[in-house]
Design a protein around this ligand. Structure first.
Ligand SMILES: [Zn+2]
Ligand SMILES: [Zn+2]
Length: 321
């Protein structure tokens, strides 16, 4: 309500400004367009190194991200996981806006509430309007929080792992069927998707399979964006954020690309590509931002407050500010 009031006052001010007869400006040029985003989808591609994605000048393993999606959005090339560089901690940093070392086996909930819980509480929407669909079963911890007053409250829908039972890992092909099912039938306003193949192939120790997994997830990202641009419910009003939970060790560091989890530059360096009707297009931001800042961005887009987030507002992303 407070935001609405401020917005109305701002509009009134601009309206009066636009009727000053001396200027040639027309109303259309002066009025800020109201924010258009109604839906936010976060695609987390699990664990590629920047050296095989956007730090590779050829972009050979991410043709769609580099050539099709980057020109339509804002790419952050100095984006960091500044916390624990494991799957559950990395994802929880994105969803809660706080860094916390949580167990990586799915037995420990994040301490603080997530974007999903804040969104469902504020919007009073039913739980089918916020979804987590993950290839890794252990990521069902993202739907809940330890904090008093939030534990078991305002939890989103989730489908994590095979059968969606929060156990084991499912291939991304299976996950994708569920992603499409949820988008088509539930039409969530807020959704997080985790694809695991890059991470699991790298842990498996095959360089070729790791690279192929990066190509495969590049395809999924492109498919998702195209779906959002053509689906009647999502077209023109949906923001897509594509990012990673962590990178991997640099060459020469421990086991190199096969593992991750420490503070080396390879593990910390990730990307974020933000696409949507409210953002600039074909822009690169080289200033450092980090995973925590995604929660602030989502809260801004979907209009809720997130007092427990330690993220900061990203500058230079919105076209109208
Ligand atoms: Zn891993
Ligand atoms: Zn490392």
């Amino acid at each position: 309500m407070k935001r609405l009031l401020i917005f109305s006052v701002a509009i009134a001010g601009l309206l009066s400004l636009s009727f000053v007869p001396s200027g040639k400006r027309i109303l259309k040029d002066v009025l800020p367009e109201p924010q258009t985003t109604q839906n936010v989808i976060i695609l987390i591609i699990d664990g590629p190194r920047m050296t095989e994605t956007f730090s590779d000048p050829s972009g050979q393993f991410i043709p769609h991200l580099k050539n099709d999606l980057k020109p339509q959005g804002v790419l952050f090339t100095n984006f960091k996981n500044n916390g624990v560089t494991t799957t559950n901690s990395g994802h929880a940093a994105i969803t809660t806006g706080t860094y916390q070392r949580i167990k990586n086996d799915g037995t420990e909930l994040p301490k603080y509430p997530s974007i999903f819980q804040y969104y469902l509480k504020e919007s009073k929407k039913s739980k089918d309007k916020a979804w987590i669909v993950a290839s890794k079963g252990k990521l069902n911890v993202l739907s809940n929080a330890q904090k008093k007053g939030w534990a078991n409250c305002f939890m989103p829908s989730d489908y994590c792992g095979p059968q969606g039972n929060g156990a084991d890992y499912a291939g991304d092909i299976t996950t994708w069927v569920k992603v499409m099912d949820v988008l088509n039938n539930e039409q969530p306003n807020l959704m997080l998707i985790n694809l695991l193949e890059v991470d699991t192939q790298a842990h498996g120790g095959s360089w070729e399979k790791y690279l192929q997994a990066i190509r495969n997830t590049d395809d999924y990202a492109f498919k998702l964006w195209n779906y959002l641009q053509t689906n009647e419910h999502y077209m023109g009003n949906t923001t897509l954020i594509i990012t990673n939970d962590h990178g991997r060790h640099l060459d020469g560091r421990r086991t190199g690309y096969k593992e991750h989890g420490d503070g080396c530059a390879g593990c910390r360096d990730i990307y974020m590509l933000a696409l949507g009707p409210d953002f600039y297009q074909d822009k690169v931001i080289t200033e450092e931002y980090e995973q925590l800042d995604i929660s602030v961005l989502v809260a801004d887009l979907l209009k809720f407050d997130m007092p427990t987030s330690k993220g900061r507002k990203i500058e230079g992303l919105f076209r109208k500010e």
